[in-house]
Design a binder for this molecule. Structure first.
Ligand code: K1U
Ligand code: ZN
Length: 172
């Protein structure tokens, strides 16, 4: 089932999410809903707080090449365990901040550990767009948005645009 994506500003997007204890069928169904919502948007990632669920769960699929096989990843309790000194600049977007983009600098390579949908501990090294995306999604679990890396004036400008968008959507 496709879920509605929260738009910034929303207090639920500022909360630190709680770790999940056991990987239940209910959590697996939630992950499936998030993948459906992400692909439909379309996006390359989605974090549970973006649909109003304050659990540490993210999904991502950064395969963008036409005709290439999809690689949906579901991560419960993801954490960055190591990050490179080398950084990468990427023009990020966010499904909770539609049509706004800005350059963000992050570590280029990260080692991430997570629990998969079968309850098994997984780890992988991510580079390039995958590294950017997984860090962006883990930030969501800590109540952090990509605009929090920007200068206050730029952040304020984007927030005002989003407030206007939400007013217009509420009227429609
Ligand atoms: O977390 C989110 O809001 C999803 C976000 C992830 C992201 C994008 C760019 C850099 C870091 C993290 C998005 O998916 S925005 C949409 C997007 O980037 C995209 C959409 C369609 C095709 C390709 C990219
Ligand atoms: Zn986002």
């Amino acid at each position: 089932m496709k879920r509605a994506i929260l738009i910034h500003p929303d207090p639920r997007l500022k909360k630190v999410c709680a770790p999940v204890a056991d990987i239940s069928d209910e959590l697996r169904a939630l992950a499936d809903d998030m993948l459906e919502t992400m692909y439909d948007a379309p996006g390359i990632g989605l974090a549970a707080p973006q649909i109003g669920v304050l659990d540490r769960l993210i999904v991502l699929d950064c395969v963008k090449e036409e005709g290439a096989a999809a690689r949906p990843l579901v991560m419960f309790n993801p954490r960055v365990v190591a990050a490179s000194d080398e950084t990468n600049v990427y023009e990020e977007g966010c499904l909770s901040i539609p049509e706004q983009y800005a350059e963000v600098t992050r570590p280029k390579v990260v080692d991430v550990e997570w629990i998969d949908r079968d309850g098994k501990l997984q780890s992988e090294t991510f580079d390039g767009l995958w590294a950017t995306c997984v860090q962006h999604e883990i930030d969501h679990l800590d109540g952090k948005l990509f605009i929090d890396y920007l200068k206050p004036l730029k952040r304020q400008m984007i927030t005002r645009k989003m407030q206007k968008l939400k007013r217009e959507r509420a009227r429609a």
